[in-house]
Design a protein around this ligand. Structure first.
Ligand code: IMP
Length: 432
């Protein structure tokens, strides 16, 4: 039985939510393996708009097992809020199970304060984070001072860990950022209350996934953010604090790499980016504004407008390589309808005129590079009704074909509108 990982190939916001929702139909277990509530999927179900930041969107389907893996950083406040929201809306199906790894690290109040304080500091370099405490929580994980879900069920240990952490955090909060200090007792009281609320969901999720695989169930690993926000392979330091590439689906959910058979890369038909950082194909003109308006490119988590630009195949090719992408899903094709000319970046030119096809490790160089474009004729016909590749206008078909050639990965799917049915499906990753 093939298991599938779905990852973003750009800077996040590629439209993974819709594709994960589609693939969930064919899966039994849906597992998140990295990131936290910096992600965001807007879902419209039963006419009600629901935004999920932490819980996998598979939760909306009956008879599924949804997992928040050990690699995710969990804000218990958000976890509880999302469960309550879902229950209130009658959106938590009776036969669907939700589990959270006992090894997942918790986002603590000081993580959120430090994230926001650092970004606001006049001396610090702004990353444009989502301000949800994601980076500081991962820092503590690596520094071996993090607090994990399992720590919530040992009060003495929790208090001891909190006191140790606060010695340093309060020093930073008061001394460097002029904030008020926090007390271990107050945080412990708050988190012990959360502990009771989340207890029914806490489990050894690695074991649950393993058992599911042994009984022939199909697993969908749901990535968050995108390849170029990866802590190792992204445009460092303008990245998130976890590995977003598909390899982390194994580490972040406690299974071996050979359990992942297919990797689907989600590739928006153009590029967007939220927050700071280099963006070679960014459009600051009317076309960029049109793409932003038509594509409703505003962040689901922070509401910030997304920067928009042409599709950059240098980025996509790197994502294919670093995630072992076996197929691409092209999203938001309809947003390009009406443009006379559509450009695809196929390489970069340096100041000295040298041509490169790689993203440089030193992002100062990337800022100086000029994109080299191939130009394709656009299409005017509405493509919302297209359900087969043959239904697309010839120029839209040429665009898809060119993406396949340039990426070296076959195209599995083309999304032509926000609705589930507004999709051209070419291959099912659970079958081939
Ligand atoms: P952090 O993940 O909040 O630390 O933010 C680090 C960078 O990643 C910032 O540029 C954010 O805008 C970006 N980022 C984090 N999560 C997402 C996402 O889900 N979509 C797009 N960008 C994101």
């Amino acid at each position: 039985m093939p298991n599938v990982a779905v990852v973003g190939t750009q800077w996040g916001d590629e439209g993974k939510g819709k594709i994960v929702d589609l693939y969930t139909e064919g899966a039994d277990v849906i597992a998140r393996f990295q990131g936290g509530n910096n992600a965001g999927h807007t879902l419209v179900v039963k006419g009600r708009k629901t935004v999920l930041h932490l819980i996998p969107s598979g939760i909306l389907h009956d008879n599924k097992i949804c997992i928040i893996g050990n690699g995710v950083v969990v804000d218990p406040v958000v976890f509880i809020q999302e469960i309550e929201e879902l229950q209130k809306g009658g959106l938590f199906p009776p036969n669907t199970k939700l589990y959270i790894s006992e090894k997942a690290h918790l986002i603590m109040p000081y993580h959120k304060l430090l994230d926001v304080a650092r970004e606001a500091s006049s001396t610090g370099k702004k990353i444009g984070t989502t301000g949800r405490g994601i980076g500081p929580a991962y820092e503590d994980k690596v520094a071996r001072t993090g607090i994990r879900v399992c720590d919530l069920y040992d009060e003495t240990r929790l208090l001891e860990k909190l006191r140790r952490s606060l010695t340093e955090k309060n020093f930073l909060l008061t001394g460097l950022y002029s904030r008020t200090p926090l007390t271990a007792d107050e945080i412990a009281a708050e988190y012990l209350d959360y502990a009771q609320k989340i207890k029914p969901y806490v489990a050894d999720t690695s074991m649950i996934i393993d058992n599911a695989m042994k009984s022939g169930k199909k697993i969908l690993f749901e990535g968050a953010q995108g390849a170029h926000l990866d802590i190792d392979h992204g445009t460092y330091p303008y990245v998130t604090s976890s590995n977003t590439v598909a390899g982390n689906a194994a580490c972040g959910s406690g299974i071996g790499p050979n359990a992942i058979n297919n990797v689907v890369g989600i590739c928006k038909a153009y590029t967007t980016r939220v927050g700071e950082g280099p963006f070679p194909t960014e459009l600051t003109d009317e076309i960029g504004q049109q793409i932003q308006r038509v594509g409703q490119e505003f962040g689901a988590t922070t509401g910030r407008p997304r920067r928009c630009g042409w599709l950059d195949m240098v980025l996509i090719r790197q994502a294919v390589r670093t995630s072992g992408i076996t197929a691409l899903a092209i999203t938001k094709m309809d947003v390009l309808t009406g443009l006379d000319i559509i450009k695809i970046c196929v390489g970069y030119k340096s100041d000295s005129g040298e041509l490169t096809h790689a993203v440089p490790a030193n992002i100062d160089l990337l800022t100086q590079y000029q994109p080299v474009y191939e130009e394709l004729a656009g299409w005017k016909e509405d493509i919302l009704q297209a359900r087969n590749i043959a239904d697309l206008p010839a120029n839209a078909r040429k665009y898809v074909q060119r993406l396949e050639e340039l990426s070296g990965a076959r195209i599995n799917l083309v999304s032509v509108g926000p609705g589930r049915e507004e999709t051209i499906i070419l291959h099912d990753p659970f079958r081939d």
